[in-house]
Design a protein around this ligand. Structure first.
Ligand SMILES: Nc1ncnc2c1ncn2[C@@H]1O[C@H](COP(=O)(O)OP(=O)(O)OP(=O)(O)O)[C@@H](O)[C@H]1O
Ligand SMILES: [Mg+2]
Length: 380
């Protein structure tokens, strides 16, 4: 059982002039018992610092960390009963895999038989039993990372903390290890905090995801909620690959209903672009934003394409030019330009369009997301 609660957690470092610089800024986060929570965000956003404070490797500047209701700010790292797995797995080079796995338990004076039992079990769980007598230098990167995982598993900790454990592996091995860690999570039913800057890892592994930027947690939600209802422009642009398309413009209320009018610049000149009718349910939600600058967000898969001249559903299509085609085998990405904005449509592999071709892009209005241009916060 391990429920980890971070309350008003901050970490400051001294800046060049002695001023405090926030690496982590007032984070409030609850990691439920047996949950796999992913902390994701760009480089430098405070992910590792947050994790290191939970592990006790970095001192807390302000706020509290508690596990199962007990504040652990002052508890020594080795008494916290959490195990951390790092990116550079730093195995002891002169020890065999078996000895590497056993080392932590020996230090903690576990009985020999118990050590043997735990090491064998971890070996089986991770599929590294045949490697137990080898030295780390005789292992591949993926095998070494498994041993590093094993060192955490044998401790049977209350919680596992992972800091980008897969980033030294090649793309294929990453995918394999990713599923292995997910399976491990199901099997061990342990609380896990997993740090990554890779949004695919975050989406596929997390029960919930906390998106961080500049020391602040911007949104905490399950993957689908995060994908479908990002709380702000940053999350909308960070989660999803290719990212959500953004169109700057304004909302207008016209006699026949609300509409979005694209606005932007073409060659430094202010330019008006396309106009899209909004479904009635949007009109009510957006009423207070009428006339204000907004950003329309739409995911690439919510756009379909037809040749110019095809029959269009009135008010929901945009004329565009194909700039680039990226065939990915299972699907094709079309880079398009509306005259004011570039955007991407994701379509089935069968769709054929060539660069410079004029097309009509149909936007799915049910999937429109609107953000306040000034604050970046979601409006609807
Ligand atoms: N010892 C330190 N002294 C001063 N600043 C630090 C120190 N450690 C970290 N920082 C700063 O704190 C911020 C957060 O760092 P942190 O390592 O937590 O980022 P991260 O999200 O893990 O990034 P990455 O994805 O690159 O690992 C960064 O701006 C970093 O430069
Ligand atoms: Mg880091």
């Amino acid at each position: 059982m391990a429920r980890i609660v971070l309350e008003n957690l901050s970490k400051t470092f001294k800046g060049p002039k002695g001023e405090p610089v926030y690496a982590v800024n007032n984070v409030n986060l609850t990691i439920e018992d047996r949950e796999l929570l992913v902390l994701v965000g760009p480089s430098g956003c405070g992910k590792s610092t947050t994790l290191r404070m939970i592990a006790g490797l970095d001192e807390v500047s302000r706020g509290t960390i508690s596990i199962d209701g007990t504040i652990i700010n002052e508890v020594e790292p080795r008494d916290r009963d959490v195990a951390m797995v790092f990116q550079n797995y730093a195995l002891y080079p002169h020890m065999t895999v078996y000895e590497n796995l056993a080392f932590g338990l020996k230090l903690r004076k576990y009985p020999r038989a118990e050590i043997e039992k735990r090491v064998r079990e971890a070996g089986e769980t991770l599929g590294i039993t045949p490697l137990l007598d080898r030295l780390p230098k005789a292992l591949s990167g993926g095998q070494r990372q498994r041993v590093a995982l094993g060192r955490a598993i044998v401790r049977q900790p209350k919680a596992f903390l992972f800091d980008e454990p897969l980033s030294n592996l090649d793309a294929q091995m990453r995918v394999q290890m990713r599923t292995e860690i997910s399976k491990l999570h199901q099997r061990l039913a342990a609380t896990m905090v997993y740090v990554t800057h890779d949004q695919v890892e975050a989406m596929t592994m997390g029960d919930r995801i906390a998106v961080m930027k500049e020391g602040v947690v911007l949104q905490i939600a399950d993957p689908i909620q995060l994908y479908n209802h990002p709380a702000n422009l940053f999350v909308a642009g960070f989660i999803g690959s290719p990212p959500m398309n953004f169109f700057r413009g304004a909302l207008r209320h016209e006699p026949d209903g609300a509409c979005f009018v694209e606005q932007g610049q073409t060659n430094g000149e202010k330019a008006a672009g396309f106009k899209l009718k909004l479904p009635p349910e949007h009109s009510t939600k957006l009423a207070s934003s009428a006339g204000k600058p907004v950003v329309l967000g739409l995911r690439p898969e919510d756009i379909t394409l037809s040749m110019n001249g095809a029959v269009a559903t009135s008010g929901s299509t945009v004329d565009a030019v194909v700039e680039l085609v990226e065939p990915l085998g299972s699907e094709t990405l079309f880079h398009l330009n509306s005259g004011v904005h570039s955007f991407i449509a994701r379509l089935g592999a069968a769709q054929r369009m060539a660069p410079d071709q004029k097309v009509r892009a149909a936007f799915n209005p049910a999937r429109f997301r609107f953000f306040d241009s000034m604050t970046g916060q979601a409006i609807a």
